[in-house]
Design a protein. Structure first.
Length: 248
């Protein structure tokens, strides 16, 4: 049985949040670089260049990539052979890590979370609580996927209960233009299909944690219906003409 100590888990959460506040994932940078090469609109091409420049400056200076440092979402997979040495619950440990990360003096991050959201809306001052999803799995390890989901993109989330003969592609093409530039395009669309309403939304969010491989998929071509759907949505959404930062 593996022993996970409270302090180790909390500090891992804090370190991860500081890390993702100033480092883009490599696959995102590579995908954005490919998009820059293909972009025809001068304004959109300049917007992509500014995002890439900003990314490098943040990595070098260890400063936030965006002023909106997001609501924290943690996907925690706990092996059934794990024992925690802690007087806190798992969710409390995640929140302690969030608080520690967002109040770090060397790189304070913006606190966006409020309590009593239907009432006084008082800021919690340390960006807690996070949204924590826990899954029990085989094994003796703990794996955490963590995101700081910006409010602009989070607030553009949509849910639809489609009829069996409705087109998923048509719904996406109707929905994306209504989002304006508030989700800071160019971005990724995470789409969950099937299950109950909350399961579909969870699938959509989890999909955003997957590697970005659209340019590789375009090069090799689709090998199944799901990949065909991805390519169709990619092409048709880009043909809407929204462009980087909404500049066309």
């Amino acid at each position: 049985m593996s022993i996970i100590k409270q302090e180790d888990f909390i500090q891992s959460i804090a370190d991860a949040l500081q890390y993702i506040s100033y480092y883009h994932p490599q696959d995102y940078i590579q995908a954005l670089g490919e998009a820059y090469k293909l972009e025809q609109s001068p304004a959109a091409k300049d917007a992509i260049a500014q995002i890439l420049t900003n990314s490098r400056m943040c990595a070098e200076g260890k400063r936030p990539l965006c002023q909106d440092t997001g609501i924290v979402v943690a996907f925690v997979k706990v092996g059934m052979g794990v024992k925690f040495e802690s007087d806190l619950t798992l969710e409390q440990m995640v929140n302690e890590g969030v608080s520690r990360a967002y109040l770090l003096p060397e790189n304070k991050l913006r606190a966006s979370i409020v309590v009593d959201p239907a009432g006084i809306r008082k800021n919690t001052k340390d960006n807690t609580p996070a949204v924590t999803h826990v899954q029990l799995v085989q094994g003796d390890k703990v794996e955490v996927d963590i995101a700081a989901k910006g409010g602009g993109s989070e607030n553009k989330a949509k849910l639809a209960m489609l009829n069996p003969n409705d087109s998923i592609v048509d719904w996406v093409l109707e929905t994306v233009p209504t989002m304006g530039a508030g989700w800071c395009p160019p971005g990724m669309l995470g789409i969950g299909i099937g299950g109950s309403a909350e399961k579909a939304m969870l699938l959509a969010k989890e999909s955003l944690m997957q590697p970005i491989d659209m340019h590789e998929l375009k090069a090799r071509g689709a090998s199944n219906r799901l990949e065909e759907l991805r390519l169709e949505i990619y092409e048709k959404v880009n043909n809407l003409g929204i462009g980087a930062q909404g500049f066309g």
